[in-house]
Design a protein around this ligand. Structure first.
Ligand SMILES: NC(=[NH2+])NCCC[C@H](N)C(=O)O
Length: 323
């Protein structure tokens, strides 16, 4: 049983974010709806958690009548307004001592979730599980999709939040490069590689997962951002970090990803630290594939979220030794 340092009364606050505005494929807004329909709340309750969930956010009210590109960035006003509301929800759960569990939706939502976490816990660190680095700047992005950019805004790469992008002036870039670590990368754009290098950001690609094994990689990732194991942890998990054979129904799949167990191990191991305060499960898009693939992707999203809340494997092993 994990002892939680920052969570009171084992309560999880679910922030349901049906949002697809950070990328062009519709359907990712149905991810959180399907994860709840599939029974995620019951899974958490069975594990002894109290769940606070007031229904999904209704983001359509934030959609501006007109939202022309700013430079290359697509739907900047919509993304900004939505993520601001998400930041407030996450912060308010954290201030009540809840574990904040955000269900996406596309990964631009991390502009909100990470902002909310750092507003409540300025000392936090961020573990980002993804095939992509999502650290493009408004200049470097080729797609203009904001789900490929959140990390550069959160870090204020090259002094990003400037006069030109006043739309995002609510966002306080509190993340520091030495508090961010990636696991699972395998599709990083050339300018993103430059940014990672320039800021000395620690990244464990699939090469490192193969070389060292997932157990060692998680330990090294924690050593990098949380050496004394005392900082609150935000885990932002894009299901495309998993191999497409495991999570096929996602907008930007990339072959050669984390296995089912590697993905779940990350959640278990981070849970075991007792330091987890905020979790994102992102980019589940239940409209892109056949029924079986959709089922696999939605259920894997639910089980990742559940294992962030309990290290079941560890108890089972202990139990078998006890017998
Ligand atoms: N969250 C994601 N799925 N991001 C994919 C980003 C792909 C590409 N690097 C881009 O900036 O458009």
């Amino acid at each position: 049983m994990t002892t939680y340092k920052y969570i009171k009364d084992k309560t999880v606050g679910i922030v349901g974010c049906p949002f697809s505005g950070g990328q062009p494929k519709e359907g990712v807004d149905e991810g959180p709806i399907k994860m709840i329909e599939y029974g995620l709340i019951d899974q958490l309750v069975e594990m002894g958690w109290s769940v606070e969930f007031d229904g999904h956010h209704k983001f359509t009210e934030f959609r501006p009548a007109e939202d022309p590109n700013i430079g290359k960035l697509k739907k900047p006003r919509y993304v900004s307004r939505v993520t601001k509301a998400v930041a407030e929800s996450v912060e308010s759960h954290l201030k009540k001592g809840h574990l904040a569990l955000t269900l996406g939706g596309d990964h631009s939502l991390a502009l909100g979730t990470v902002s909310g976490t750092f507003a409540a816990y300025p000392d936090a660190c961020l573990i980002w599980i993804d095939a992509h680095a999502d650290i493009n700047t408004p200049e470097s992005t080729e797609s203009g999709n904001l789900h490929g950019c959140p990390v550069s805004f959160l870090l204020a790469v090259d002094g990003l939040i400037n006069e030109e992008i006043t739309e995002f002036s609510w966002l306080k870039p509190r993340l520091r490069p030495d508090r961010l670590v990636y696991i699972g990368l395998r599709d990083v754009d050339p300018p993103e590689k430059e940014i990672l290098k320039k800021y000395g950001i620690k990244a464990f690609s699939m090469y490192h997962v193969d070389k060292y094994g997932i157990g060692k990689v998680v330990e090294m990732a924690l050593d990098a951002v949380n050496p004394d194991r005392d900082r609150p942890i935000h885990l932002s998990f894009d299901v495309d970090g998993l191999d497409p054979t495991v999570a096929p129904s996602t907008g930007t799949p990339v072959r050669g990803g984390l296995t089912f167990r590697e993905g779940h191990y990350i959640c278990e191991a981070i849970n075991e630290t007792g330091l987890l305060v905020s979790v994102d499960i992102m980019e589940v898009n239940p409209t892109l594939e056949d029924e079986v693939s959709v089922f696999e992707t939605v259920t894997v999203g639910c089980s990742l979220a559940s294992l962030c809340c309990e290290t079941i494997r560890c108890d089972a092993v202990k139990c078998s030794f006890d017998i």
